[in-house]
Design a protein around this ligand. Structure first.
Ligand code: HEM
Length: 506
């Protein structure tokens, strides 16, 4: 059979399987209101509409059915959307053997095919994020490295020029974010190697979209489809090529001088070498895990950075006040976590970018799958095997929660005492601020993300003036927001800086 006919047959079998599953599930969910039609044909037409209008359909359901739950049709399944504080709090408290985060994320990312079988079943690397990328003391140790990488990356990619020059902000942000994160994950010199950066970036970008396509197919066909779309083993081999010399050198040093050998750095690679279970100690195993962590981290950080720079350029009135406050903080505390804690205007601006922009997981957050029949306290029954999430964006744009919610107000969260209470700083989650999820599975890397984006923003503010070009054309696929890859910003080297690079590295 030729390749197009093979793919067509696979798609047809997949489609029939999905129709059968969805029909069965629809009968069990009949008590939950629907956006669009619930009949067989109508729900498929609406599932088709969901591809391009998913965000609007979720907004429509929120407006119609708040404070109750509702459902939207997708090609694969019915997705339950939760709207109110009560339901969010109950989801937050539900144990893993009722509403499972792991099962939901495994389905959403097609993890066994795209990221590897053990990334979710044994997330031993979480301990690294928790100990090294969460607390102020650890940040004070790594911030000089982070800042060093920012300076080097910007000097190479965006040398301060006397005249305005346009840059594709998507490419610039990804390059800087991958370099800076990998300075902490694998260290120098790998984090600057163009081939390594390319492998990580391509893998991270391709995996998200491939997962969306693989998700459309029934389980028995996913292996075949992923073999065509994702090249996990190829990317792993390439990343392994780069980390091999470092791993071998560190192994030799450890054999000679013990675990406290000077060659053993505090990066994530060293952590993996130290803590990996016995059946995951090959260089390919480390490489696969590093790629997976990049997948979880680079998207969110790059997206937040891109949206924040675009907002800043289109609202230039925020530039001076934020710049001034950051200069005072760095002049007083040097380049440290303490200085970042004092940059509350920047913090508010970034939180507002997350709230307003749909950055992160887009229209919904807190993905869960019911692994047994579950009932909310208002009597809403969720049958086993159902996907549930929270209408994050609709809540973020709800005027009852945020006055003038459809307006970008950069200092919204540093102005009023009430708003400050709601969101003390970017990493604070609540039922009203869901960009990082909420509860025990709230994003583990949000403190690191906040430090990296703050640091890059401060560097840009100190060293460049920036100007908006044409407005961005971001686009939605299902509930996910994709950033305009072509939008450009103009930059010019800044004259009369009051904080110099060396000063800021105290
Ligand atoms: C702006 C950047 C980021 C955004 C918007 C973001 C968003 C999220 C969201 C929405 C969740 C799911 C929470 C839930 O369902 O309740 C999550 C989970 C997670 N994120 Fe992030 N993330 C970001 C950056 C990062 C970074 C930099 C890392 C790693 C260094 C990371 C690691 C994780 C991990 C490990 C989890 C799973 C937590 C668990 O298993 O309990 N994230 N993130």
């Amino acid at each position: 059979m030729t390749r197009p006919y093979f793919l067509l047959s696979v798609a047809l079998v997949g489609l029939l399987w999905l129709i059968y599953k969805s029909w069965k599930k629809n009968r069990r969910l009949s008590n939950i209101p629907v956006v669009g039609g619930s009949g067989f044909m109508l729900s498929y037409m609406d599932a088709f509409r969901f591809f391009t209008h998913g965000e609007e359909m979720i907004q429509e359901g929120y407006t119609k059915y708040y404070p109750n739950v509702f459902r939207v049709p997708t090609w694969r399944e019915w997705r339950i959307i939760v709207t109110s504080d009560l339901h969010i709090e109950e989801m937050k408290r539900a144990p893993e053997d009722h509403l499972s985060f792991t099962v939901a994320i495994s389905e959403l990312t097609a993890a066994p095919y795209t990221l590897g079988k053990t990334i979710l079943t044994n997330p031993y690397h979480h301990a690294f994020i928790h100990t090294q990328l969460t607390h102020s003391e650890s940040f004070n140790r790594i911030i000089p490295d982070i800042y060093d990488e920012i300076i080097t990356a910007f000097l190479e990619k965006l040398p301060p020029a006397k005249n305005w020059k346009s840059y594709k902000i998507h490419d610039l942000a990804w390059e800087v974010v991958v370099r800076v994160s990998n300075r902490v994950f694998v260290g120098l010199p790998i984090c600057r190697d163009p081939e390594y950066i390319k492998v990580v970036t391509n893998f991270t970008m391709a995996t998200g979209l491939s997962a969306r396509i693989i998700e459309l197919f029934p389980d028995p066909l996913k292996g075949m489809v992923s073999a065509i779309l994702v090249n996990l083993s190829g990317s792993t081999k390439l990343a392994a090529k780069h980390i091999r010399p470092i791993v071998e050198m560190r192994r030799r040093q450890t054999a000679r001088f013990g675990r406290n050998s000077p060659a053993n750095s505090k990066d994530m690679l060293s952590f993996l070498m130290d803590k990996a279970p016995p059946d995951e100690q090959t260089i390919e195993d480390y490489a696969r895990r590093i790629l997976s962590v990049n997948f979880g981290s680079a998207h969110g950080i790059a997206m937040l950075l891109i949206h924040a720079l675009l907002e800043l350029a289109s609202h230039p009135e925020y530039i001076e006040p934020i710049r001034q406050e950051c200069e005072e903080a760095i002049n007083t505390y040097g380049w440290s976590k303490r200085a970042l804690n004092h940059a509350s205007k920047l913090d508010s601006f970034l939180s507002e970018t997350l709230r307003f922009g749909g950055v992160g997981t887009g229209a919904v957050s807190m993905f869960r799958t019911s692994v047994q029949d579950y009932m909310f306290s208002d009597g809403t029954k969720i049958p086993k095997g159902t996907s549930i999430s929270v209408a994050q964006r609709a809540r973020h744009l709800d005027g009852k929660i945020y006055p003038n919610a459809k307006e970008f107000q950069g200092f919204r969260l540093s102005n009023s005492a009430e708003d400050k209470k709601r969101c003390l700083s970017i990493p604070t989650t609540s039922t009203d601020f869901l960009a990082f999820g909420h509860g025990k599975h709230a994003c583990l890397g949000r403190f690191f993300a906040a430090v990296v984006v703050n640091a890059i923003m401060i560097h840009v503010l100190f060293n460049y003036d920036l100007k908006a070009g044409r407005p961005p054309k971001h686009w939605w696929f299902e509930q996910f927001l994709f950033t305009d890859e072509h939008v450009e910003l103009q930059f010019k080297g800044r004259q009369n800086k009051s904080v110099s690079v060396s000063q800021s590295l105290i």
